[in-house]
Design a protein around this ligand. Structure first.
Ligand code: ZN
Length: 154
């Protein structure tokens, strides 16, 4: 029995672990966000990559991501707000706290997520996109990029 790092005060085995093993899918963007935090906490970068929008996954460099994850000592997470945006997007405002050898800090971030089929994915705004506004969106929705995920990227 160990408390899940995501902040829900549940046992890890009944909270984020089933997401990390893909036994279960997060039902909301907030749940996905929490599971990504606990994955960073556990330095499980594979899950971070697998939960990024599929079209962005090959732009992530696993060794770089792993090296960064290994330097971070996360302590806890608070979710400030969770808003659905339109029919397939959501934004989660959160604060992720860390303590790296006594150097404490907080990541205050508003992350965007897209639902593709039954699955939520993180939209990584730091990755380059060469799409123009009128092209079909990278999420596969069939909508134009600028009216779909483009609102949250670049
Ligand atoms: Zn989209």
């Amino acid at each position: 029995m160990s408390v899940c790092p995501c902040g829900m005060a549940h046992d890890y085995g009944e909270c984020c672990q089933p997401f990390h093993t893909f036994a279960k899918l997060p039902e909301s963007a907030e749940q996905l966000m929490r599971s990504r935090f606990s994955s960073f906490y556990l330095k499980n970068v594979d899950y971070i990559i697998a939960t990024t929008a599929p079209a962005q996954q090959n732009l992530l460099d696993k060794p770089t991501l792993q090296a960064w994850a290994d330097t971070m000592n996360w302590t806890h997470l608070t979710v400030i707000s969770h808003n659905k945006v339109g029919k397939r997007h959501a934004q989660v405002h959160f604060r992720a706290y860390f303590d790296n050898d006594g150097q404490q800090g907080v990541h205050d971030e508003r992350s965007a997520f897209v639902k593709v089929g039954e699955r939520w994915y993180f939209l990584d705004p730091t990755l380059p996109t060469n799409l123009t506004g009128k092209q079909p969106c990278l999420c596969g929705s069939g909508d134009k990029f600028k009216t779909c995920c483009g609102r949250f990227l670049g």
